[in-house]
Design a protein around this ligand. Structure first.
Ligand SMILES: [Zn+2]
Length: 256
């Protein structure tokens, strides 16, 4: 379950990166250092933000239980890869789920506060070819015992030990179980950002949910052990990036 070696991750352009000092975020070059629309960012919560909701469409998730997923050890995270068949209708756009993966602590912050973890559900916009990422905070509740999150549990249980290795997942995974339910499902913000790992490509649509989803303390610690290559409790979150005047489009909350 835990990575036996510490090998830098490979970006899609072939460059290697880590979250350590020598190849860490301050040394990421190209768009990572020159871009003006980078992610992650700090987000004012809907209660703290003096804002009008933008009237943008709410995404309609057409996810299903999938028994064809593959689990990859990228060297810095656990990535669960999907075949076509899980999509999101967002206004006129059709978003196809490619994969989900995890960060610790969370990459985005709400009111300056990071959560224990963040899940990224990465989609391809069928019309534009661009990426759209659904981001959900993961946090052990302070006042009650949590159930393990099934998607994170499958990732932790089946990730190969060797960096860059990928394996078929013997259990089915329903990505719907990484989404907030009920009233919390309505509260999100959209902004234009970037991939948070090299090559940090821009023109990524981010949809970031405000309310965290519960996970257990043990799940957070197990993922930190993975991020620390089995030797330490590690992290894989990029520092916050400047907003540079970008618009934050908040969802409209019914009754608010
Ligand atoms: Zn990510």
């Amino acid at each position: 379950m835990l990575a036996g070696q510490h090998t830098p991750a490979k970006a899609s352009d072939g460059s290697v990166f880590t979250y350590g000092e020598e190849a860490g975020p301050l040394a990421w070059g190209g768009t990572c250092s020159a871009g003006q629309q980078q992610s992650p960012i700090n987000l004012p919560s809907s209660s703290a933000a003096a804002r009008a909701c933008s009237g943008q469409p709410a995404p309609v998730f057409q996810y299903r239980r999938d028994n064809q997923v593959r689990v990859k050890n990228t060297g810095t995270t656990i990535q669960v890869n999907f075949e076509p068949g899980n999509s999101v209708a967002w206004g006129d756009a059709q978003l196809e789920l490619l994969q989900f993966h995890f960060h610790t602590p969370s990459e985005h912050a709400w009111d300056g506060q990071r959560s224990a973890m963040e899940a990224h559900l990465v989609h391809r916009n069928a019309a534009t070819g661009g990426f759209a990422v659904v981001a959900v905070m993961l946090q052990p509740p302070s006042s009650s015992a949590a159930q393990p999150n099934p998607c994170l549990a499958a990732a932790l249980a089946h990730v190969p030990d060797t960096p860059q290795a990928e394996a078929a997942c013997p259990s089915s995974v329903n990505p719907q179980q990484l989404l907030p339910a009920g009233a919390a499902a309505a509260r999100f913000v959209h902004y234009a950002g970037s991939l948070t790992t090299p090559p940090c490509s821009e023109q990524v649509d981010w949809l970031v949910w405000e309310q965290p989803l519960p996970v257990t303390d043990k799940q957070v610690l197990d993922f930190m052990r993975f991020a620390g290559a089995g030797r330490s409790y590690g992290h894989n979150a990029r520092p916050l990036q400047p907003l540079n005047g970008r618009a934050l489009d908040y969802s409209c909350i019914a009754g608010a």
